[in-house]
Design a protein around this ligand. Structure first.
Ligand code: PLP
Length: 411
């Protein structure tokens, strides 16, 4: 592990996995284009390398929440790829977005007028996607308000300020494909499309499917799918299937070098609050990662919970080429409280580990999987959350290191 000495931990992101996951999603939704969702720094994986790797996999669109993210993506990938942004407050820099050829989702009448103002200032026509609330109860135009918004959009379209090119929505329970709300939202969505087309807006792209709907609900694919978590090789529906069941593989490995390995007697309390106490003479190992790095405090162990899992032992020192010596490999659970910068393992009385040895919190490669490395879903379960949060909240302090070549040819 070639981590700089002042960075005792790192996240290795396999760009080829990102590319291959996008390819798999294209095969899953062959009638639709793929928009790779790269908001929140590509779910913690790093915006620019991921955006390029996703394009290398055949994504034709990139999706982000914020305008600033859209402009950053545009700068990273250059002209020619479609980019969509969907979340902002009044006063956003719509002229910049239009000038940079970014599509804008509109979820309220005021936004339509602000986007049109931005288009006039930019001297170009804005491409707009109307976002309809078909039942999620989040942002989106309520169906009963759609006709009035369409009237306004038609006037602005006639003037040349904007063109409505898309109609989009989002599911509340895409991860429960048999829930009646899924079908109900689909009906409302199709009604909205018909209403828009009747108002003289030929919709270029209809889109409603996130990862879960892309993987489990072909009737929701329409013209464009918007997968996020699946691009990173994690399952949006862990209760229905693992990544491999959908042809996906996780892209991120989180590993660290033990900062301290030391012997303590039986009955020794471990970490804040002493929620773990050694039951025998044993060896403790300190991992230099904590909640300041995005390790959930809810993944504390001992009497606080199951504790986040960690693979120790063996020379798993390179995700691209795991070493030999996996004979001592074992998965241990965090002992006691997760601290801001550190967590502690009870390595056992015969631990061969030394300070500096590499441990894996969650891993992606085949070699790590064979060694029994935990994955982000295991961490999600230990912390009572979802894998999305495990990878997305990984702190800025943890260096991202890239493996693979996808998307780097043009970098
Ligand atoms: C985040 C987001 C997505 C991607 O969701 P996943 O569950 O990660 O696939 C798609 N569409 C919208 C509007 C989103 O906010």
């Amino acid at each position: 592990m070639s981590t700089a000495p002042d960075h005792p931990a790192r996240a290795v992101v396999d760009l080829d996995a990102i590319r291959d996951n996008v390819r798999a999603l294209r095969a899953t939704a062959p009638t639709a284009q793929v928009m790779a969702v790269v908001k929140a720094d590509a779910y913690g994986h790093g915006l620019f390398p991921v955006a390029r790797a996703a394009l290398a996999g055949g994504a034709t669109w990139l999706g982000v929440a914020h305008g600033a993210e859209a402009l950053a993506v545009r700068a990273a990938v250059g002209p020619g790829h479609r980019i969509l942004t969907w979340l902002y407050a009044p006063g956003a820099s719509f002229a910049d977005l239009v000038r940079n050829d970014v599509d804008v989702a509109v979820a309220a009448a005021w936004a339509l007028d602000e986007v049109a103002d931005g288009a006039r200032a930019a001297g170009r026509t804005a491409r707009v996607h109307l976002k309809v609330d078909t039942g999620l109860g989040r942002n989106g135009i309520m169906p009963e308000d759609l006709p009035a918004v369409l009237d306004r959009a038609a006037a602005l379209q006639a003037e040349g300020a904007l063109a409505v090119v898309g109609l989009m929505s989002h599911f509340a329970l895409a991860d429960e494909p048999d829930d009646p709300s899924v079908k109900m939202q689909t009906h409302v969505f199709e009604d909205a499309v018909r209403t828009a087309e009747a108002a003289g807006m030929p919709i270029e792209v209809r889109h409603i499917a996130n990862s879960a709907a892309t993987l489990t609900n072909p009737s929701a694919h329409y013209d464009l799918v918007r997968p996020g978590i699946a691009v990173y090789g994690l399952s949006p529906v862990p209760h229905l299937g693992a990544p491999g069941d959908y042809g996906l593989r996780p892209a991120m490995t989180l590993e660290a070098r033990l900062a301290t390995v030391k012997r303590v007697p039986a009955g020794h309390g471990v970490s804040y609050g002493h929620f773990y106490t050694t039951t025998q003479d044993t060896v403790l190992g300190v991992i230099p990662l904590g909640y300041g790095d995005g390790i959930p405090r809810h993944a504390s162990g001992g009497s606080l919970g199951p504790g986040g899992p960690v693979l120790v032992g063996g020379a798993v020192d390179d995700v691209a080429a795991p070493g030999t010596g996996l004979g001592t490999a074992r998965v241990l659970r965090i002992a006691g409280r997760v601290c801001m910068d550190q967590v502690i393992l009870d390595l056992g009385p015969y631990a061969p580990e030394q300070a500096g040895d590499v441990v894996t919190l969650f891993g992606a490669s085949d070699g790590l999987a064979r060694a029994g490395a935990p994955n982000a879903e295991d961490w999600a379960q230990a912390a009572g959350t979802i894998s999305y949060e495990i990878v997305t909240r990984l702190g800025a302090r943890v260096p991202r290191v890239y493996a693979g070549t996808a998307g780097r040819e043009t970098a």
